[in-house]
Unconditional design. Structure first.
Length: 552
């Protein structure tokens, strides 16, 4: 009874930290791509057009509409806020925990599914992209749904699994294009190929499935065709994807090991267990001792991993959709050694894994005392309780599974609370685009024109109270019959100063650091100032001649 009480208290405390970490992430400002997605969703709500996606008045073709629909739904209900942009994409993505559980259960057993889902819910990559929402957050849920249902169909041959699998593929394509179909195709194809089930592999029923997926994806096709014609569909199926692989469209990263080292921090605090599991996995392949009945994860993970590694366009979130499958494999090996009589390797795993919470606690202290110092006593009290709980868990928890999982989940959640609740809000005070939008909102009158010139990101299109417009060249711009506001870089400021010196009413100098690329130089307070670049918000007076001609 005593052990059950201790287990219950430890689980409740850990779950409370986990949920708090996610909750605080709702209020962190938008940056980079998230700012762009927020601006597109804002246009949907303000225009009432849910099919033809636009940003700063121009047609948008980079991503299909599912994420924007979810964000727009939040805006319709809660208004334009950070939390209302994130809430429905995050809730949608949480279904990925259940899909991961069912994928693990279908391919292995219930315990594997539970372990995989817990690892996914407490992984750094999930915390990070629940705070900084990208399309990959909901893509991984749809891809996992599709692979789970394909695996279930292969086991039972029930038509419902077939239909849901291809609906999932269609939803994945509605999230990020053909990559949403490629991963399930790699998974199913490799499974049937390695089982040498060629009759099933080439069965014409898969054409029906493709038809279902295409029907689900119809709104994306309509948007692209309406605004870009055949070129829009070509971009969706070919240019965007092949161009990122070859580098002809985007990307110039030649580091073929990029994802090998990236994945180690993306799946924290489970990196050590991942290395252990995949060592066991590959050893079982090469020794011929692999007695598995599924090969979905072989192609689902490694075919795309290889393609992504040789592609020129690389980013950490590109492999988010593989993380559920990777953690299913990790959980399968952890569970294999945890269940039944304790294997001799289990104490070693527990000992090595215990270093991860220690590292996370140390990092919390560094963040709170040096990187972004805080005098808020609440964070220090909570960290003290977390440290005490970690020590007690090491001595009081009798379940090896709980001792392996809870300290890591607890400390990963604590670090995320510190980041989402304190460090990131402080860091965002250095993002000039949000500061400029606030100044504009407080000082501009009568929805004065607001322009973005030479700044490549999109935050002002979301945060500005008036719809901002992008200037590609200074020739597209001239002061109008009312005040005009321009957010720009130092070269942009110099150009405007040369072209319209008599119109400049006020220049707001700002220092800037984009939050989508936090460098060690910025994270170190001693060198932070050196990482900042000058930005400017310029208020221009009306063009008097134009004003007089219009009033006359």
């Amino acid at each position: 009874m005593k052990n059950q009480t201790i287990n219950f208290i430890a689980i409740i405390f850990t779950a409370a930290l986990l949920l708090t970490a996610y909750f605080l992430g709702l209020f962190v400002d938008l940056t980079g791509d998230a700012g762009k997605y927020g601006a597109i969703a804002r246009h949907i709500v303000e225009s009432g057009d849910w099919i033809n996606l636009k940003i700063h008045g121009e047609a948008y073709d980079q991503k299909p509409p599912l994420l924007f629909w979810l964000a727009a739904l939040g805006f319709k209900i809660g208004g334009l806020h950070n939390w209302s942009f994130k809430i429905f994409p995050i809730l949608y993505s949480f279904a990925g925990f259940y899909f991961t559980y069912k994928l693990g259960e279908t391919m292995y057993n219930k315990n594997t599914g539970k372990l995989a889902a817990l690892m996914l819910a407490s992984s750094w990559v999930y915390f990070m992209f629940a705070m900084d929402v990208h399309t990959d957050l909901i893509l991984q849920a749809n891809v996992t749904l599709a692979i789970w249902q394909l695996a279930a169909y292969e086991k039972s041959e029930k038509p419902i699994h077939f239909i849901i699998a291809f609906v999932g593929i269609g939803l994945a394509m509605m999230t990020k294009g053909p990559i949403g179909a490629a991963i399930p195709a790699f998974a199913l194809g490799s499974h049937l190929l390695l089982k040498r089930d060629f009759k099933e592999l080439f069965h014409p029923k898969w054409l029906l499935g493709i038809g279902i997926a295409f029907i689900v994806c119809t709104p994306a096709f309509l948007s692209l065709y309406n605004q870009f014609g055949i070129e829009g569909l070509k971009f969706f199926f070919f240019t965007n994807n092949v161009g990122r692989i070859t580098g002809s469209y985007a990307g110039d990263n030649n580091d073929y090991f990029f994802y090998l080292h990236t994945i180690l921090y993306l799946i924290l605090p489970w990196s050590i267990l991942f290395l252990f599991a995949f060592f066991q996995e590959f050893r079982s392949y090469f020794r011929g001792s692999d007695k598995r009945r599924e090969y979905f994860t072989v192609g689902g993970i490694w075919l795309f991993f290889i393609i992504a590694s040789i592609a020129k366009g690389k980013a950490p979130h590109y492999i988010f959709l593989l993380i559920p499958m990777i953690l299913v494999i990790t959980a399968s090996w952890v569970n294999r050694y945890m269940e039944g009589p304790q294997h001799k390797i289990v104490p070693k795993l527990l000992r090595v894994q215990s270093f991860i919470p220690l590292f996370l606690i140390l990092f919390c202290i560094v963040v709170m005392s040096y990187m972004f110092p805080t005098t808020n006593i609440i964070y220090w009290i909570l960290l003290t309780i977390t440290i005490a709980a970690f020590v007690l868990m090491q001595t009081l928890l009798k379940s090896t599974t709980l001792k392996l999982l809870l300290p890591s989940i607890m400390t990963m959640s604590m670090l995320t609370i510190v980041l989402n609740g304190h460090a990131l809000p402080m860091a965002f005070t250095y993002q000039a685009s949000t500061k400029a939008s606030k100044i504009y909102n407080e000082n501009a009158r009568n929805k004065a024109p607001f322009y973005n010139y030479l700044y490549p990101q999109y935050e002002v299109f979301f945060y500005g109270s008036s719809n901002a417009k992008r200037l590609y060249t200074i020739d597209e711009f001239q002061p109008g019959p009312q005040d005009t506001w321009v957010f720009t870089t130092e070269p942009g400021k110099d150009t405007i100063n040369m072209r319209y010196p008599e119109n400049i009413a006020k220049i707001y100098p700002l220092t800037h650091r984009g939050m989508s690329n936090l460098s060690p130089q910025f994270m170190n307070p001693a060198t932070r100032r050196q990482s900042l670049e000058p930005m400017f918000l310029i208020q221009l007076k009306p063009n008097d001649q134009l004003y007089l001609s219009q009033t006359n």
